[in-house]
Design a protein around this ligand. Sequence first.
Ligand code: FES
Length: 235
Amino acid sequence: MRQERRKVVASERVGPYTLLRVARGGVSPGEPGQFFMLEAPGRLLPRPFSLCLAPPGELAFLVDPIGPGTEALCRLRASDEIGVLGPLGHGYRLDVERPLLVGGGIGIAPLPYLSAALGRPPAVLGFRSDWHAQAAELLPNAEVRVGPALVTQLIPDGMDVLACGPEPMLRAVAEISPDAQLAWEAPMACGYGACYGCAVEVDGVWKRLCVEGPVLRPPSANRAMTVAATSGMNP
Ligand code: FES
């Protein structure tokens, strides 16, 4: 696998976020839930981003400008070039009968592409403000909660939950939906298993989050994918 140079097609504001659209070229979009390492202009390390949308000829990523790398990505303009490496990590299993997408904040990032793959199933999303909730326009059939209300209160019984969001939300989802598929935000360095920069100890064994699962420690044994969105861990 090698990094490809790709041109930026457009950079669009979505509430506080930026939807960065990059020419796809011959790069595979991969499975929903997989991520790409994007070169962050002027920074040593690339940053991981779940694929948000895969319109024809493009790869689109939702970027939360929370640090120097993500802010540099948000400053990119059409015809600028960046390095793109991927797809990496693990995708969601798509063999589900009654899918329900659950997202919190920037955790919405992988869900639009996932929604397209699953035929636009229902979704429940939580945001801290109306400004952040503008990102819900990227996802069809979404019920949106703004403010302190827990999005997990909107999860009915009997659904196959596929979730992405902050750790407390994922743990709450795992409590009420033990078979949920969870995409986990994590710090990344190389993104493909070479550096152990993402390793965590699970039952005495070091696991690299970017290539190995599950990553949720007991008592929950849910399979989880890495890595979601930009997250505060990869600013
Ligand atoms: Fe390097 Fe996972 S980020 S091994």
